[in-house]
Write a protein of this length. Structure first.
Length: 409
């Protein structure tokens, strides 16, 4: 059986540095568990523009179509702000999404107790939060025609078009209902049916699809109300289904409820390929964070989680016999533990002053019997280690890292 193939696209800003950590995890799979991936790497975004004059070459696009999964870091940065729109770094990302037809973008927002203090909302509002946003990713105003800046009389007019076909809405809705069936069986669909015809169609199609999932409770909400409800009482939601633009905005809002945009992975999935697996691209939710790029401060957890969360799991699950599952279930969460402990790790963005101190500490091993609290970062009691450390007022960053890595996908 051939190895699953991954195309790594580090991109810009902190993308390359978080991807360096991902590479270590992939190496660990090979050396530590004899699970090999065929890894290739290419440029995207500003990095691709600098070398090739375009944010994504045709060769890279063709290669992305062939691999089992694409892992993307981040694109964009102030250096590229003045580029022509057609070659801006973001165009590379959008081309990947469109041409791979990655219509279902899964953006989880989970808040673990140990991180609840970092949210800008009260702890009781966010603690235990577990939402999944299903953002339609290949249509809507991001891609609708006509678009452009045109002359009209003696002034210019900027035009973008919100356009959705029934089938585009239907396939996104089905993905949301399928997700809900594996979760708490609730879908809230968000649009602006009060002012947009595309919203009316969205509501109609979603309602129709919902009839195929009688166990799932479907509700509809105007997207502006949805934004308000997300910060008022986010735990009322299970799966949120929404379009490309509203999904972009609402998913940033939901991610921030968890304390930081910087810790969450996302998956963009398309139609099944010949081998039955969906086309897939995995990304951290965070962007290129140019303000901290190159300083060794970027937290790679979102990106390594993107690898671990779905990419590695799905690929290994799909390509290995069932007997592999038990050992993998054990090893997947522990993959980066020693790495994170021993390698140079870095701060996250939300406590720069505190976290800029040297963070890495040896975890407990036979030769280093200290740190008993992280001997077993236990999935069942995920906060134990972190909270104990916090009570003692020390090692907060390390424990937070470990906590998030073990529990935060
Ligand atoms: C996102 C980003 C992208 C988007 C940008 C980088 C094109 O904000 O993935 O949320 O708007 O979709
Ligand atoms: Mg966004």
């Amino acid at each position: 059986m051939s190895n699953p193939s991954i195309l790594i696209l580090p991109g810009d800003g902190i993308g390359p540095e978080v991807m360096t950590e991902v590479r270590k995890v992939i190496t660990w799979f090979g050396e530590g568990r004899d699970i090999q991936f065929d890894v290739s790497e290419a440029l995207v975004g500003g990095a691709a523009y600098d070398k090739h004059g375009v944010p994504l070459t045709d060769e890279t696009m063709a290669h992305a179509q062939e691999v089992d999964a694409v892992l993307l870091g981040a694109v964009g940065g102030p250096a590229y702000d003045d580029l022509d729109f057609s070659v801006k770094p973001e165009r590379g990302l959008l081309r990947l999404r469109k041409e791979m037809d990655l219509y279902a973008n899964l953006r989880p927002a989970q808040c673990f107790d140990a991180l609840a203090d970092f949210s800008s909302l009260k702890k009781e509002i966010v603690s235990g939060l577990d939402i999944m946003i299903l953002r339609e990713l290949t249509s809507g105003v991001y891609f609708g025609e006509p678009r452009g800046i045109f002359e009209e009389g003696n002034e210019r007019v900027g035009i973008n078009t919100q356009r959705y076909t029934e089938s585009e809405i239907e396939r996104a809705a089905r993905s949301a209902f399928e997700l809900a069936m594996r979760r708490n069986k609730k879908v809230c669909s968000m649009e602006k049916a009060n002012v947009m015809e595309s919203g009316i169609l969205w509501r109609e199609v979603t309602t129709r699809v919902g009839k195929d999932y009688p166990e799932v409770e479907l509700s509809h909400m105007y997207a502006d109300n949805g934004a308000m409800q997300l910060v008022r009482a986010p735990k009322q939601f299970d799966v949120i289904l929404t379009d490309n633009l509203f999904g972009d905005i609402l998913s940033d809002c939901a991610a921030m409820l968890t304390g930081s945009l910087g810790m969450l992975p996302s998956a963009s999935l398309g139609a099944p390929m010949a081998n039955g697996r969906p086309k897939a691209m995995y990304e951290p939710v965070h962007g290129s964070a140019p303000d901290i790029a190159g300083q060794g401060k970027a937290n790679p957890i979102a990106c390594t989680s993107a690898l671990r969360w779905r990419c590695a799991t799905a690929l290994i699950w799909a390509t290995r016999p069932p007997a592999w599952k038990a050992p993998l279930r054990k090893c997947l969460p522990t993959v980066p533990a020693r790495r994170i402990c021993w390698e140079k790790t870095a701060s996250t963005r939300f406590r720069p002053a505190k976290w800029a101190t040297p963070l890495w500490q040896p975890c407990r091993t036979a030769s280093n019997p200290r740190r008993p609290e992280i001997k077993r970062p236990c999935l069942k009691r995920p906060c134990a280690g972190f909270c104990r450390a916090r009570e003692r007022g020390r090692q907060r960053p390390l424990f937070l890292w470990l906590h998030t890595f073990f529990c935060g996908s």
